[in-house]
Write a protein that binds this ligand. Sequence first.
Ligand SMILES: Cc1ncc(COP(=O)(O)O)c(C=O)c1O
Length: 435
Amino acid sequence: MTTSAHELSDALIPDSTRSRQLYQRAREVMPGGNSRTAVFTTPYPVYVRSGRGARVVDVDGNERLDFLNNSTALIHGHAHPRIVEAVAQAAARGTSFGMPTEVEVAFAEALCARNETFEHVRFTSTGTEAVMMAVQAARAHTLRPKIAKIAGAYHGAYDSVAINNDGSGSLITHATRGIPEGVSRNTVVIPFNDPEGALAVLREHADELACVLIDPVPWRIGLVAASAEYLAALRSFCDETGAVFISDEVGSFRIDWQGAVARLGSAADITVLGKVIAGGMPIGAVAGRREVMAVFDPSNGSPALPHSGSYNANPVSMSAGLASLDLLTREEMRRINDLGESVRRGMSDILAARTEGWTVNGYGSLFRVLGPAATDASGNRVNLVNLLSRALLRRGVHIGDSGLGCVSTAMGTAEVDSYVEAFEGAVDDVVAARR
Ligand SMILES: Cc1ncc(COP(=O)(O)O)c(C=O)c1O
């Protein structure tokens, strides 16, 4: 490889004068020109102008197939007419009130109908906030201080879960800089898909654990589904000790009509929801057993856990959610899961025929490509997946820098075929660039 890792990576970003100019302006008014670390890209991000169905158009007018779908949130693709109509009608009636609305009740009913463990539900504006409320609910319910989470797994930006969330899977506790030691001391990390290893850690802290928090298909540590044995071990531990079993399905709810843990053969006490349930509008939800959810109940005087939020259950997100769930039928979920399988198979076949050390993981409509470790001529680490995502961008397809992607209901076999064709070319680009 003649060029440095950095030069090669930057050279693969599509040439966009307008994006470059926008990024220069952005740097003047935002740290690093950015409000969301996940969308940061060097030398500049490609700015988007609009999206419709399976496609997005950038500020220079280039159209691309979008297989990232706002980090998997847009299960119906961009600007689905039913969701746009629901949002427009709700917004025209008023965007938020200091009073509850009828659509909040209807959306809560639609969610609770999906899974028998969703006895009561409560809304927030983001998944981060919903995880935070679920953890606080577990602490308020058990009056215990500690939480357990899977090493490397991501659950949003809340202090107690921003511990060992970098995907490394290391069992040595490390926190995002600035999180007080008192907080990180109360988060215990367990290995993924290792029932005995996890139980050994959990037993050490059994009397102090308020909850065991998992993502049943944790994307940051590779997007592999939790095994039935692993889930059963965690479920029994919680039954024995009274710790609350929390399944964070902000990303993974999309794998089944009832949600991920149900699909994988277990049942959570509390499920955290977000993303797909509101089809692209800001949303988070905590759904679970009445006895735990009772900590939020203000009807008998002051609740154990007061929880307010100016935009909780705002009618615009609730209306988008109702439309999104209505479109998310069992048949549609089966259809996009089958398309997901075709995408994964297509990518695996191409990689197996051309190169070594790559893996394609995923479940249902979700996929993630993982590449082998590599270095440039100077010994600097080269992120091959990042290169691949840039090569794909130049070939008209958008996936995450981390190799994360998903299928939406706006897609069919034509989009999957186009994706696989672009992927084949992009793999060749990366292989050629490394010669
Ligand atoms: C598993 C998981 N939990 C929580 C979050 C945070 O959700 P939000 O981005 O809506 O705050 C995410 C976001 O990617 C997630 O994947």
